[in-house]
Design a protein around this ligand. Structure first.
Ligand code: A2R
Length: 314
């Protein structure tokens, strides 16, 4: 039986990925978490791990002996990266190097997927969309810069040590369990609170004109599992749907799934510095190498996310 290790498995994507690997693929699944985290993965082996502790990373990998490693651990918020740049650099770059170094010493080399972000492309013009992996990275925030760096270092390990390291540039993903620092979860939480009567009937929004490529997290993790198996050494893969949707349309979909009367107000706090107006992926490379297709319609994703918030706030 195949064995997978998800580093940073207590996060939004990690828990969905663990369920997919175990329930759908039947793999033995191990996840790492930080000591204070409490992921709901009763079927998995769970280990405490801070990726900044090189010895601990090496010790754990030597013990677990995975066939596949999914490196998800990160300071994953672009907004927070402006406030905590050094911490973001430490976790996202030094942490990734600690993981790659530990893998390098293993007797049986696992296949490794490093998770990056569409944020790496930064501001792109409409003419540059849909964005292929050949597009120059022009990171517009500290988080994005760290993910470019992680990817470059991953490629060095792939080339220098013939390690099967692949990287993703994942466009926006959404679904149940996402933290409300991300736009869809933020809107769903506010709507659920209005419905529950704990929030005034006002939805505070940022830049509604921005268009993004949103993929259901359950489709995203299927892509990750396929990439870990079929991705080519040293290659970078976009992950997305190939379809851009404005935040305004997302807002309409969410409001359309609620019967509450809600007023929409602009909130300057919710506008990001250097926000890119458009991000949409060309996913032909991912599709060619893995056969992956997105399956879950955005309306379904939003309905599931909203229902999850309704349960959480009631
Ligand atoms: O930041 P926390 O406390 O939520 O913990 C995150 C964890 N993490 C770490 N794990 C080990 N050692 C560290 N020094 C460390 N610092 C943070 O990694 C969290 O539990 C996990 C990352 O999960 P999320 O923040 O929920 O990200 P998400 O949305 O699951 O995205 C997964 C990957 C990330 O690399 C993103 O940058 C990328 O996909 O888009």
């Amino acid at each position: 039986m195949k064995k997978a290790l998800i580093i940073g498995g207590a996060g939004f994507v990690g828990q969905h990925l663990a369920r997919h690997l175990h329930d759908d693929l039947g793999w033995q699944t191990a996840v790492t978490k930080l000591p204070f985290e409490n992921p709901h993965v009763p079927f998995a082996e769970v280990y405490d791990l801070d990726i900044l502790n090189q010895e601990a990373v090496t010790g754990l990998l030597t013990e677990v002996k995975p066939d596949y490693i999914f490196h998800l651990a990160a300071q994953s918020s672009a907004a927070l990266s402006w406030k905590k740049p050094a911490m973001t650099v430490d976790i996202n770059i030094k942490g990734a190097v600690n993981v790659l170094e530990a893998i390098r010493t293993l007797e049986n080399q696992p296949r490794v997927l490093l998770i990056g972000s569409s944020e790496e492309y930064g501001k792109v013009s409409e003419a540059e969309c849909p964005i292929t992996e050949r597009q120059e990275a022009r990171p517009g925030n500290i988080y994005a810069a760290t993910k470019v760096c992680q990817e470059m270092i991953g490629k060095l390990y792939a080339d220098a040590y013939q390690m099967d390291v692949m990287a993703t540039r994942s466009f926006n993903h959404v679904g149940p369990g996402q933290a409300p620092i991300f736009v869809v979860a933020d809107f769903c939480k506010q709507v659920a609170e209005v419905e529950a009567g704990t929030h005034e009937p006002v939805l505070r929004v940022g830049n509604l004109a921005a268009a993004r490529d949103f993929t259901d997290v359950r489709d995203v993790v299927r892509a990750y599992a396929l990439l870990a198996q079929k991705g080519q050494r040293g290659e970078i893969y976009n992950g997305g749907t190939g379809r851009a949707v404005t935040i305004a349309s997302i807002l309409q979909m969410i409001l359309g799934q609620s019967t509450a009367a809600i007023r929409v107000e602009k909130d300057p706090e919710r506008f990001r510095p250097l926000d890119a107006p458009l991000n949409v992926a060309d996913i032909s490379k991912l599709q060619k190498d893995t056969g992956w297709q997105p399956e879950i319609p955005l309306e379904t994703t939003i309905g599931d996310a909203l229902n999850e918030w309704r349960k959480a706030v009631s």
